[in-house]
Ligand binder design. Structure first.
Ligand code: HAM
Length: 424
């Protein structure tokens, strides 16, 4: 038992094997897929000056209520990143990436920090795989981002993601819609939940997001009737492009997303195994963010995918097969030789284990039968003759072979896996 003051913080997790390996496998699939889609990898610090995240929008929950902000001993006002987009936008400006040939396509992977109320699938530290595409206003860029996310979902083993899309309009058409919403909801204020009463003042579009006031919402003004021609054409082109690939996408008139920087396209993907408010990934277009940060105006679109949620929806998929290679056991007095043989075989790319507990040969063989496909026994007079004893656990076959033939024996008895290691 660990003392209460030493326990891990609420809403965080220790990720143990095999879950840790599933994370790793997911990461590899996600990054390989991104690379094949022409994305580069970017890594930014896990903390930034707080001003970076204030640009996400002061009325968003992650900025207003959920920020892990602190002043360090030097007096700097810092925030553990609650999301990646603002951090990547900062890096885009600071590193002059706007001078690179366009589009600039990057992905990132790493922990995000939000002081959420503890509940299922909402962690205070979660892992995101995210993608951002800079420099294009074209609907094809929105499609590219959504298609990458869908491909990663598919390659990791989830079938048919339910992709919902909406357009929240632009600076030209959104103000009129916002006004219409305020008028509609003000008349029905008494029927609203407390959250929505607050949203009405601060962020009326989020009223559509409410899962409580659905009756009021059902007859609220429809965003699509307020879209300007450019916004309408844009969402139609994104939807058509995705449709042309054979993937399903449907319009969700109530989808608005919780972050303030979006313009036009927003999208989100849920899963039946998760609650209705729990997305696997979400994102959208945010053409004004770099300008708001004092950099050049650069149209941009991206997504963030929650890896804990993806793995939860995937169940036991991505669980790696146990790595059953060779075990080098030793007779008393031959441990040093066993280490040397094991290391030499490892150098040839085999998965090899040996005893580090000083166990008897009998105990080593018991351990080996749990961990390995083949055991190699080293020592005694046989070793002096250049011979080792070998047992294959699956066939039960036992034989003595020349020490120098070990490599070729293992090559025939163990299959190399994709990592260059070996399995039975
Ligand atoms: P977000 O919707 O806030 O968007 O987060 C993206 C994804 O991260 C969510 O769909 C969810 O899967 C996961 N996620 C968020 N919070 C938690 C949590 N507390 N616990 C577990 N998983 C969580 C963004 O962060 C934007 N930066 C996405 C984006 C990129 N938009 C444009 N570019």
């Amino acid at each position: 038992m660990i003392r209460p003051e030493l326990q891990r913080p609420t809403g965080t997790q220790d990720i143990l094997a095999p879950q840790s390996w599933r994370f790793e496998k997911f990461r590899r699939i996600a990054l390989d897929t991104a690379k094949a889609y022409g994305f580069d990898l970017i890594e930014t610090p896990v903390f930034e000056q707080s001003a970076v995240f204030l640009k996400v929008g002061e009325s968003t929950d992650i900025v207003q209520h959920e920020r892990y902000a602190f002043t360090d001993v030097g007096g700097d006002d810092l925030t553990l990143r609650p999301e990646g987009t603002a951090a990547v936008a900062r890096a885009y400006i600071q590193n002059g990436l706007y001078n690179e040939p366009k589009p600039l396509k990057v992905v990132y992977w790493g922990p995000m920090f939000r002081r959420e109320r503890p509940q299922a699938e909402r962690y205070r530290q979660h892992t995101q795989f995210g993608a951002e595409l800079y420099g294009s206003e074209d609907p094809a860029a929105d499609a590219e981002i959504i298609l990458l996310a869908c491909r990663v979902v598919e390659r990791t083993g989830l079938k048919d993601p339910d992709v919902r899309i909406n357009s929240i309009g632009c600076v030209d058409c959104r103000p009129a819609y916002r006004q219409a919403l305020i008028e509609y909801y003000t008349e029905r204020r008494a029927e609203l939940c407390q959250d929505c009463q607050n949203r009405l003042e601060k962020n009326p579009l989020r009223l559509l997001d409410c899962k409580v006031d659905v009756v009021v919402r059902a007859t609220a003004p429809d965003l699509s009737t307020f879209w300007c021609e450019a916004c309408r054409t844009h969402i139609e082109a994104v939807t058509a492009a995705i449709g042309a690939t054979g993937r399903a996408i449907r319009r969700d008139p109530f989808l608005v997303r919780g972050l303030d920087y979006y313009t036009r396209t927003v999208f989100e993907v849920g899963h039946p195994s998760l609650g209705p408010n729990t997305a696997l990934f979400g994102g959208g277009r945010y053409d004004g963010l770099t300008g708001a940060m004092g950099g050049p105006e650069s149209p941009a679109v991206g997504f963030g995918m929650g890896i804990e949620r993806m793995l939860s929806a995937l169940g036991t998929a991505l669980t790696p097969d146990p790595q059953r290679g060779a075990y080098v056991a030793n007779l008393p007095g031959f441990q040093t030789h066993a280490i040397a043989v094991a290391e030499s075989l490892r150098g040839e790319g085999f998965a090899v284990d040996y005893d580090v507990m000083g166990r008897s040969l009998k105990a080593q063989l018991r351990d080996a039968s749990r961990r390995a496909a083949v055991v190699v026994i080293i020592g005694g007079e046989e070793w002096e003759r250049g011979v080792v004893e070998i047992k294959d656990f699956s066939s039960g076959e036992q034989q003595a072979i020349g020490r120098h033939d070990l490599g070729s024996y293992l090559r025939h008895h163990l299959e190399r896996d994709s990592d260059g290691g070996t399995t039975a």
